[in-house]
Design a protein around this ligand. Structure first.
Ligand code: GDG
Length: 499
């Protein structure tokens, strides 16, 4: 058992993320229930937390009325006695926030400032000191809660070594705040961070009025992880040029306060086998039809390149009228951040562009675009992935992009073709996809044409390679790689529970 060979003692994982692995909802009788989230991160990481008797710190998705007491976290999902993702309620540390403060933090700073800036779209970014103030307060609050979690583990077992894993751009300041408190209390911990979105080049990053604080916050860790090497290099460059810290761009380390922080590329994967199995089991959702399906699946977000993609399709129908009544573009757009103006504007724009293209090209029995503004079940999604001839993943910028990987995992029949943007992290490694710059609308249209007319043997060769890579580098491998980068004794537990 590798867990018991650690010189100090057994490690216990504490995950800190903006959201818990489930949200709390009131059922018809007014009782709180858990509604679990089916994301790959949860399926891979929660079993490790459960097994090592660790904790998960995060927001449960509801606000309390003023003066309302914090509710007790229910043990299981509606009517079912299995705790969500194996996590008992005593392993959940909920972080409750006031609605106003959350709005300034989440809609304001996280999604108004960090999101566009880190996706290299500074013109969309807003910079308000009230938002930043809320961001600092919320990060402090999460750090306090994480420290309570650390304390409770140490009280139960003084030999435990807490391994705190902080996630994403919402919580860039938390690690340094946790480190400070642990040092004051003389508690030894390990701290790691993973960023799910891109880390921008210095010339963009330095537009952030609070750039130094963010870097110092991340450098509170022992290890900082990004999807790909480019983001690591951007981060190292920022530490060097913004803070004048000593960085080693060969070994990917930063020196700060007498510590050496390692910076690592840790490309995330998906639960590959789970998606393949869903594709095997899912009934046909698209009626047996003459048309080939071109599929797009995204949160409705301006980084995903949705309008550019529709323009490319419009261009295809104009230049290649032979596709009229022969193909259907099925775009699933999940509503997202609907309180933020940029997202409301995008919704309007999409409605207009879809309407225009459908108006221009529809015939009595056929419309070129089927547009779903809403979300569908994962089983249905797997069926769409399986039955699509082409999947178009063309973000203008994307940390990784899981849709590209899920499509590949579901391609169990006559193989389809993946069209991928080089500006997604996934574009760095999925070389057998057709790679196209989404800004080159004409070329993107030709790429769809090429995908639709690609011979079977070429499709098979490309898909076989893509599937092989994603199966090996699945989300369990990612979790294991994080633990390895943290030099963690939990690696053995992860290998045992994530099979
Ligand atoms: C961030 C980074 C990075 C979508 N529609 C439905 C649905 N989905 C699921 C997909 C996929 C997920 O949502 C979207 O993941 P992405 O990776 O594409 O994008 P973000 O949400 O922006 O995620 C990204 C990721 O973090 C992980 O690090 O890859 O770059 O931006 O899993 O399947 N799921 C269901 N119904 C839908 O209609 N059930």
């Amino acid at each position: 058992d590798p867990a018991s060979t650690s010189p100090v003692s057994r490690e216990a994982l504490i995950v800190v993320s903006n959201r818990l692995p489930f949200v709390l909802k009131k059922n018809e009788e007014g009782h709180l229930i858990r509604k679990s989230s089916a994301g790959g991160l949860v399926t891979a990481v929660a079993p490790v937390v459960a097994q090592c008797k660790g904790l998960w710190v995060g927001w449960p998705g509801i606000f309390l009325e003023s003066g309302e007491k914090e509710p007790i976290i229910p043990e299981s999902e509606d009517g079912n006695c299995t705790p969500t993702a194996g996590l008992l309620s005593k392993q959940i540390v909920p972080v409750f926030m006031e609605k106003d403060q959350f709005g300034q933090f989440y809609n304001g700073c996280c999604n108004g400032t960090f999101w566009p800036l880190f996706h290299s779209m500074p013109d969309r970014a807003i910079f308000f000191s009230e938002h930043w103030k809320a961001y600092v307060e919320v990060n402090q609050f999460f750090a306090d809660k994480a420290m309570e979690a650390v304390d409770s583990l140490v009280q139960q077992n003084k030999d435990v070594l807490p391994l705190v894993w902080v996630h994403d751009y919402h919580l860039t300041l938390a690690a340094a705040l946790i480190r400070k408190q642990a040092a004051e209390k003389g508690i030894r911990i390990k701290l790691g961070f993973f960023l799910h979105i891109p880390f921008p080049p210095w010339d963009i990053f330095r537009l952030l009025p609070w750039a130094n604080q963010v870097l110092e916050g991340l450098l509170g860790c022992d290890m900082v992880g990004f999807h790909i090497e480019d983001y690591c290099l951007n981060f190292l460059d920022c530490c060097q040029r913004q803070l004048d810290y000593r960085v080693d761009k060969k070994n990917f380390t930063v020196e700060h306060e007498g510590r050496k922080i390692s910076v690592r590329p840790l490309p995330i994967g998906i639960p590959f086998d789970k998606f393949t199995q869903m594709a095997e089991e899912a009934p046909r959702v698209v009626r047996e039809s003459r048309e080939k399906i071109i599929l797009g699946v995204d949160r409705l977000d301006y980084t995903k390149g949705l309008v550019h993609r529709l323009r490319a399709y419009e261009n295809l129908l104009t230049k290649h009228p032979e596709y009229i009544e022969k193909v259907i573009f099925l775009q699933i757009s999940v509503p997202s951040r609907t309180d933020v103006k940029e997202y409301q504007d995008l919704k309007e724009e999409m409605d207009q562009v879809v309407g225009k293209i459908n108006g221009q090209f529809s015939t009595a029995n056929w419309s070129p675009i089927r547009y779903i503004y809403g979300s569908i079940s994962q089983a249905e999604l797997a069926a769409f992935y399986r039955d699509a001839a082409v999947c178009v993943v063309t973000p203008l910028r994307d940390g990784m992009n899981l849709v590209a990987k899920e499509f590949v995992a579901c391609q169990i029949e006559d193989p389809g073709v993946l069209i991928l943007s080089p500006f997604a992290g996934a574009g760095e490694m999925m070389h057998e996809a057709l790679i196209v710059n989404p800004y080159e609308v004409d070329l993107a249209a030709e790429m769809i044409h090429r995908a639709l007319s690609m011979p079977l043997d070429e499709r098979q060769v490309r898909m076989t390679h893509l599937r092989k890579r994603e199966k090996i580098n699945d989300v369990n491998a990612w979790t294991a790689n994080f633990l390895k980068a943290m030099d963690s004794s939990l690696l053995g537990i992860a290998a045992a529970v994530c099979r």
